[in-house]
Design a protein around this ligand. Structure first.
Ligand code: 6AU
Length: 258
């Protein structure tokens, strides 16, 4: 039962260097919170990273929504990540043929430690990344096996086949983006689950996103990392609310592993 094993005990069960690093950060900093910094202004992003950095294991961005994201800002974000010991994830959800993804991956891996990838193209997408020029083995993939949005088109068979790919490329795949504990059993992979809000009354948005509470995603759904975006980013004091999330998520994890 992977849910009962501690992050420390799962380090030896992973074949992926990025997962080893991530498990280590989570255990050292007592945090299983990933901040989804879906913000346009690069100054705000850097400020958020600095303020919330000590409380998170991953700072997740969508680089294509950021205005003026130049090399200078990329370096600044990397410096903040080193200072506060968190990993940078580009949530690009790569989903093209291997040849195209290889070139996209080469660019993104210059500044991100983790990248999300869709399994829909089949093995070529992971094969291309593994064989990319200047491939950096410290960069890990999170493969999307399930989505949080209502009426999405992913089927149980798609999830199963996604996991077969994850197993085949287990040195590259650090973890799985999914919603339910049934998606996989291998404790070497890290379950990352988005769609999390501390307010029980907030169950969705107007565009199909669905939310669950920290306790529900960590204890019932066996998430190792919870992704929180608007629940933190829209607050007037993100660091305060991030600390509330961190405490609730970590307490839920501790109650699960005991
Ligand atoms: O907390 P929110 O709803 O403001 O933000 C959720 C974040 C967004 C989404 O792009 C992302 O999580 N996400 C993902 C990821 C992480 O890949 C998958 C998914 O199924 N649902 C989802 O919301 O940045």
């Amino acid at each position: 039962n992977r849910g009962k094993l501690s992050f420390e005990n799962r380090i030896a069960l992973s074949k992926c260097p990025a997962a080893v690093k991530l498990f280590t950060i989570m255990a050292q900093k007592s945090t299983n919170l990933c901040l989804a910094a879906d913000v346009l202004d690069i100054k705000k992003i850097l400020q958020l990273a600095d303020e919330v950095g000590p409380l998170i294991c991953i700072f997740k961005i969508h680089a294509d929504i950021i205005e003026n994201y130049s090399d200078k800002e990329r370096d600044e974000l990397k410096n903040i990540a080193t200072r506060h010991n968190f990993m940078i994830m580009e949530d690009r959800k790569l989903a093209d043929i291997g040849n195209t993804v290889r070139m996209q991956f080469n660019q993104i891996s210059k500044w991100a430690n983790l990248i999300t990838v869709h399994s829909i193209p089949g093995f070529g997408v992971l094969e291309a990344i593994k064989n990319a020029e200047n491939f950096n083995p410290d960069v890990g993939v999170f493969l999307v096996a399930e989505l949080s949005s209502e009426n999405n088109l992913i089927t149980p068979d798609y999830t199963k086949k996604t996991m077969a790919l994850a197993e085949k490329y287990s040195t590259l795949v650090a973890g799985i983006v999914c919603q339910f504990p049934t998606a996989f059993t291998n404790p070497g992979f890290i379950q990352m689950t988005p769609g999390v809000n501390i307010e029980e009354s907030i169950v969705n948005d107007s565009l199909g996103q669905q939310y669950n509470t920290p306790a529900k995603v960590i204890v019932e759904r066996k998430a190792d990392i919870a992704v929180v975006g608007r629940g933190i980013v829209n607050s007037s004091n993100p660091a305060d609310i991030a600390e509330k999330y961190r405490q609730k998520l970590w307490a839920a994890y501790l109650s699960r592993v005991q």
